[in-house]
Design a protein around this ligand. Structure first.
Ligand code: SF4
Length: 261
């Protein structure tokens, strides 16, 4: 493995621990940070207080990488969402239920890691072997890379480790279990995630409600339908109401915050 794509969630932290223990070959851990204003705040705190000190203690090569444009600027994902454009780069839901394109994953994660690997000398002729933290319960997300200079491998699948096994490993190592690492506005959250955000982080939830309204207002000005952050295709403040409670939408589709496949 030439590098590992560090998403910041449970599976990534488990791979970091496995590297420290010598159970997975050591390789640079590349964390594609989509922006301090965009990442889940708890993930950034965990990264600073747990991941960086752990990597340093164990001599692991942890690198933060960011989207960098030709002019050298490093726009965050939230800044791109704030552009007054009809094009919304996150997978919002349209009124008919269809999800939008996930350009965010490609531009803020896949390409960013690919760029760093190119800088490390990996090319189409000599592709990088890049590890992804996919556990056995999400095996269907294990796909090869669309980049010609990258080949994917899946160390957690090789070791047959589930998400629960990853949690046990992290706890055994004396580390706290990291929070889910998806962006705070990620539309791939399940209803339970939105409800938990409203309950535990009302200020962040309020920002998500406001952002969703901004998207719809912007589209209405162009004569287009509203869009939604929830797959229920209703405004966030409506879907989290007790009347909407459901036992069928408990898990986020972006469990580890790792959305590169
Ligand atoms: S977590 Fe969601 S919003 Fe953030 S980059 Fe991934 S798919 Fe896009």
């Amino acid at each position: 493995m030439d590098a590992f794509s560090f998403g910041g969630g449970i599976q990534s932290v488990a791979v970091m621990v496995l590297m420290a223990r010598g159970d997975v070959p050591r390789a640079p851990l590349l964390f594609a940070n989509v922006g301090e204003d965009s990442e889940w705040p708890g993930t950034l705190t965990y990264y600073a207080t747990e991941v960086q000190p752990y990597a340093e203690r164990h001599g692991l090569d942890l690198q933060t990488v960011r989207r960098t444009k030709r002019d050298g600027s490093q726009p965050t994902l939230l800044e791109a969402l704030s552009d007054d454009s009809a094009n919304i780069p996150i997978p919002v839901r349209y009124a008919g239920g269809a999800p939008g394109k996930r350009n965010c994953t490609n531009h803020w994660k896949v390409q960013v890691v690919g760029q760093r690997l190119r800088a490390m000398g990996f090319t189409t002729k000599r592709p990088a072997v890049l590890g992804l933290g996919i556990s056995t319960d999400e095996w269907q997300r294990a796909k090869d890379s669309r980049l010609t200079n990258v080949r994917h491998v899946f160390p957690l699948l090789d070791l047959r480790l589930s998400r629960d096994a990853c949690i046990r490993l992290i706890e055994t190592e004396g580390l706290p279990v990291p929070p889910k690492s998806a962006c705070w506005f990620c539309p791939m959250k399940g209803l339970a995630d939105w409800r938990a955000m409203q309950r535990d982080h009302p200020e962040t939830f309020g920002r998500a409600v406001a952002l969703e309204r901004t998207f719809s207002a912007r589209r209405r000005r162009r004569g287009k339908d509203a869009v939604y952050l929830s797959s229920r295709c209703q405004p966030l403040d409506v879907v989290v109401s007790p009347a909407q409670a459901s036992m069928f939408e408990n898990r986020s589709e972006c469990e580890s915050g790792y959305c590169m496949t």
